[in-house]
Every structure is written in structure tokens, then in C-alpha cells.
Design a binder for this molecule. Structure first.
Ligand code: ZN
Length: 219
């Protein structure tokens, strides 16, 4: 697990998926928990002994895996069904604010990748944490919880906030990204929807890989 510091944000990265840790004076906020085998709590405990609040960008397995070591988390209610039943959940919804160190994030609901996907926007620092919704990909869009039309609507909603976004920190692939990537995702997702992208069968997963101009999808 690689730990790096980016503008007072600890970025925890196992090479597949990354989590974000913010330290305040009395509490720590952990955004996402990685794969179960990572035991992210051990990594966090090497950095801080503060009490930890966990918040999920969405409920996919590579973001909630480490919950096995926590008792509670904040998650959007539409992804609550993905959370193990022994973990106490608290709802987060559109327009709520979350303080994290020097940052103050506004919750933006961006359903599509999952029904309960959220982004976190700090307008003062012009920083967006985008989960899996904005990234170079492959973005998982196959399976019954994914909704490509809703995904495109959510991207357009984020694009309206572009003047307040300089830096995007996604959960996978390269970071940081510029706000142009919102537009790139829109362009390539529309091409995917319109059947304009050539798909190749994935060797293991029940999907095809589609490579857009900027972004790739599993759909
Ligand atoms: Zn993911």
C-alpha cells in the first residue's frame, strides 16, 4: 500500500483503488475502505490514532471491503443494500456538508455507476472527489445496478459545477484530473449509449470493454 500526501490529504493506494484520509484536530475522516484483504484500518492506524469516521463514495466491493474492520459508515441510502448487515449505516444526501481537516465538502448525488454514488465538492479549494464516476476507466457499467442514462445525467449535473472544480481525485487510475474529464466522460458515455464504440469481449468478466476517445468502459 502506497501512502502519499496531496494538499493535506493522505492518499492510500494499493495500485487498484485508492482511499482518502483527512485529519482534523480531533477526528479522522476516511473516504472509502478498499478491498477486504487490504485491511485499510491497519494503514490508517499507522498514520493516526484519532477516532475514524468512514464515508463511502458508493457501495461497490472495492470501496466497502474494509468495512469488516469498522462498526459504522456514512453512505447514500440507495447503496445501503450493499453494506454488510452488521455495519451500522447513516444516510448522506445531496446538499449536506462534511468537514474534513481544512476541507468542507458538499455532497452531490450522482447516480448511474451505482444508484447511491456521490461526489464530494470543496468549492473553496476547487477539489472534487469523484469515486468511480469520473476516471480514465474502465468504468464499470455492466450489471443490473448500473444505469447509463442516469450516469450521463449525473455527469451533466457535475459539468454545471466546473467553474468550482480545478482538481478531480478519482478512486482509480491516474490522479489528479482536470475538470475537462467530466466533459470527456460525457462525450464517451454518449458514444457508448449510441453504439458508436467498438466492444471487445472481456476474458473473465461478463461484459465487453469499450474504448472511447478518452475513457474506457466495461459494459
Ligand atoms: Zn471502484
Amino acid at each position: 500500500m502506497q501512502v502519499s500526501l496531496y494538499n493535506d490529504i493522505f492518499i492510500l493506494d494499493d495500485g487498484e483503488v485508492r482511499e482518502f484520509l483527512f485529519l482534523s484536530r480531533t477526528t479522522a475522516l476516511l473516504i472509502d475502505t478498499g478491498f477486504p484483504g487490504t485491511h485499510i484500518i491497519d494503514v490508517v492506524r499507522r498514520i493516526t490514532s484519532l477516532p475514524i469516521t468512514v464515508l463511502l463514495t458508493h457501495g461497490d466491493g472495492d470501496h466497502r471491503g474494509g468495512l469488516c474492520d469498522f462498526e459504522e459508515c456514512y453512505v447514500h441510502e440507495r447503496d445501503k443494500n450493499l453494506i454488510p448487515s452488521d455495519v451500522q449505516t447513516y444516510n448522506i444526501r445531496q446538499g449536506e456538508y462534511i468537514r474534513a481537516g481544512k476541507y468542507c465538502f458538499e455532497v452531490i448525488e450522482i447516480p448511474g455507476h451505482t444508484p447511491g454514488s456521490i461526489a464530494l465538492l470543496d468549492r473553496r479549494h476547487k477539489l472534487l472527489i469523484s469515486g468511480d464516476t469520473i476516471q480514465k476507466g474502465p468504468i464499470y457499467m455492466f450489471g443490473d445496478r448500473r444505469d447509463l442514462n442516469m450516469y450521463i445525467r449525473s455527469l451533466k449535473k457535475l459539468w454545471k459545477e466546473k467553474d468550482d472544480i480545478d482538481v478531480i481525485l478519482p478512486s482509480h487510475h491516474e490522479y489528479p484530473l482536470s475538470h475537462e474529464y467530466i466533459e470527456y466522460c460525457i462525450e464517451d458515455a454518449i458514444a457508448l449509449k449510441n453504439g458508436e464504440l467498438q466492444g471487445t469481449l472481456h476474458p473473465r468478466l461478463p461484459c465487453k470493454e469499450y474504448k472511447g476517445k478518452y475513457i474506457s468502459f466495461y459494459a
